[in-house]
Design a protein. Structure first.
Length: 218
């Protein structure tokens, strides 16, 4: 099957760099709505059999236009939600951002016992995200799943045969950027990593403090 893991559009929390991971989360900004509106044209000509979203509002808003155009009803999958920030929730200082990202990307390298302060550990994250992917695999040959930056980067780094643990920290994933994956014989392979908005780099907000989209070198 072919899976597009799409990061949601921009929110106010992305602009200020807040670790906003709790349900329902912030809605899309005006730019986020424009980013989402550009997605259908960006995947025009590509089959979409099903659309999945997380429990957070921003993924559902991001999928809305694509769902209307493709005449599909998005399915909510709790496992697709962002890595829980725990006691770091809504903090925006560089230290908290660094702890959050370092913890998530350590999971990608196999340190699954490490726990996000006040939140989940790597085992718990991969269990629920893997379960969501398992459901998605039964939904069709071509699926779009709208999820979250840290979750996508961490899962792709750990689960794709042609990536490695350091991939999560080294690769930027802006709002409405996407990972294109192919599943063959039970193994996932990263086909393409589109690090900027699918609607074009003109929809990127370089001034945003978003700590989830940027690579560690940014």
């Amino acid at each position: 099957m072919r899976l597009i893991l799409l990061r949601h559009g921009q929110t106010e929390s992305n602009i200020i760099g807040a670790l906003d991971t709790a349900v329902p989360g912030a809605p899309l900004t005006d730019l986020g709505q424009r980013q989402a509106a550009a997605v259908p044209a960006a995947v025009d000509g590509q089959s979409v059999d099903a659309i999945f979203v997380s429990t957070l509002l921003r993924t559902q808003q991001t999928a809305a236009q694509l769902a209307i155009i493709r005449k599909l009803q998005p399915t909510i999958a709790d496992g697709l939600r962002e890595i829980t920030a725990g006691s770091l929730e809504m903090l925006s200082d560089h230290k908290s951002q660094g702890i959050y990202n370092a913890t998530a990307y350590a999971w990608a390298k196999g340190d699954l016992d490490l726990r996000m302060p006040g939140g989940e550990n790597g085992h718990e994250f991969f269990t629920r995200f893997d379960q969501a992917i398992g459901t998605i695999r039964n939904a069709g040959a071509h699926v779009v799943a709208v999820s979250h930056g840290a979750a996508i980067r961490t899962w792709v780094a750990a689960r794709c045969a042609n990536t490695g643990g350091s991939f999560a920290g080294d690769h930027q994933l802006d709002n409405t950027a996407a990972a294109y994956l192919i599943e063959e014989d039970g193994h996932w392979r990263l086909e393409d990593w589109h690090s900027t908005p699918l609607g074009g780099s003109g929809l990127n907000d370089a001034r945003a403090a978003d700590p989830i989209g940027k690579g560690t070198e940014s």
